[in-house]
Design a protein around this ligand. Structure first.
Ligand code: TXA
Ligand code: MG
Length: 340
């Protein structure tokens, strides 16, 4: 199919396409999203097809005015209100009880719905002009790294959707923090740009779901269905290495002397010690900048023909939990601690 390429000033054209049942990739402050009306079953089906997304993985509904949350949910608790007051518009998604209007394809048949109020001006304009809340999963082929540059969106979706809106680079570069408010104690299901520390300051004690750190192996109930699937994966094998820059560079240089296609996905501080091809994703102390670059770096590694990507990771607070969560999924949980 022919895909229309729009610029940031053409929000009304994007909204018109959505209103007539089309699907459009739009920029947000986190990653690009693939948007359709949250009430249009046919359009939502097209999203699942274009992405190759499993239908049991529910979608986030995006609003552009606080009062529109009631077009989506049946209850908006005091804790939810406090979180909205502090973090909306912005990169926080809340899981809340759904209302009867939201079609079950959005929630994969479940009784809860994910809602987000993005801060990106163009995203908000498109939602407003569409006149309805919009579903928008990340605008990548299912299983691939999320799209954070317009070139990524072109690569994955040109020819598969009605239109793409070019909004340049996404500010944060990792998806929103997903927090469930279905139990008394809020529970983080996916870490993102809003950190657990920031959230605790507003609602007190919170839980971080085990799935954020560990592979879910049993057949028990899955709170966030998305975590079951292979995620963020470049074509190359990904392995995470934890340790000092000397340990990291020794390991990677040794691997590079023994096998072909080794690529170091490293910090700026490692570069001078490496004698294999590398891509840096920022300074080891700047997790915001790492988040901004991580998906782009994984995509670039494939373009360079890497067979094995050794990623250097070290915990540096802030959004580094979100970066780590994406990396362990890209790596299929292969993590080597060089200190042990
Ligand atoms: O930043 C973001 O959140 C981006 C932008 C485009 O807004 N969207 C995004 O959507 O990351 P997606 O579909 O790639 O990821 C949504 C995640 C999935 O892991 C999904 O399983 C989870 O949210 N999710 C959606 N609805 C849910 C629900 N009712 N209960 C639990 N998890 C849910
Ligand atoms: Mg996604």
């Amino acid at each position: 199919m022919e895909t229309l390429i729009l610029n940031e000033n053409e929000a009304s054209k994007a909204a018109k396409i959505i209103k007539s049942g089309g699907i459009v990739a739009i920029p947000t402050e986190t990653v690009y999203g693939l948007a359709a009306s949250a009430f249009d079953f046919g359009a939502i089906k097209k999203i699942f097809l274009a992405k190759g997304r499993p239908v049991d993985n529910p979608l986030i509904v995006h609003i552009a005015k606080l009062e529109d949350v009631f077009k989506v949910v049946s209850e908006f608790s005091e804790k939810a209100k406090a979180l909205a007051k502090n973090f909306w518009p912005g990169p926080l998604t809340m899981i809340l009880p759904k209302n009867d209007q939201i079609p079950s394809i959005v929630t994969a048949g479940g009784n809860s719905v994910a809602v987000r109020f993005p801060s990106h001006a163009v995203a908000r304009k498109i939602i407003e002009l569409s006149g309805v809340p919009l579903v928008a999963p990340s605008a990548n082929l299912s299983g691939k790294p999320s799209t954070t540059r317009f070139s990524h969106v072109l690569e994955d979706l040109n020819g598969k959707v009605d239109a793409l809106v070019n909004g340049g680079d996404c500010k944060f570069g990792v998806e929103s923090t997903v927090i469930s408010l279905l139990e008394d104690t809020p529970r983080i299901l996916r870490p993102g740009a809003i950190t657990p520390e920031q959230i605790e300051k507003v609602v007190g004690k919170i839980l971080i779901d085990d799935s954020v750190f560990n592979k879910i192996t049993d057949d028990g109930p899955v709170l966030s269905p998305g975590i079951k699937y292979k995620h963020y994966s470049p074509d190359a094998e990904v392995v995470i290495l934890k340790g000092e820059k000397e340990d990291y560079s020794d390991f990677v240089n040794q691997a590079g002397s023994e096998e072909k296609g080794v690529l170091a996905l490293c910090f700026d501080e490692d570069i001078s010690l490496l004698n294999v091809p590398y891509i840096s994703y920022g300074s080891n102390s700047d997790s915001l900048f790492q988040a901004h670059n991580i998906f782009d770096a994984l995509r670039k590694a494939d373009k360079l023909g890497a067979k094995v990507i050794y990623v250097h990771y070290s915990e540096s607070g802030g959004v580094s939990l979100a970066v780590y969560n994406r990396l362990i999924r890209a790596a299929g949980f292969k993590v080597i601690d060089l200190k042990k």
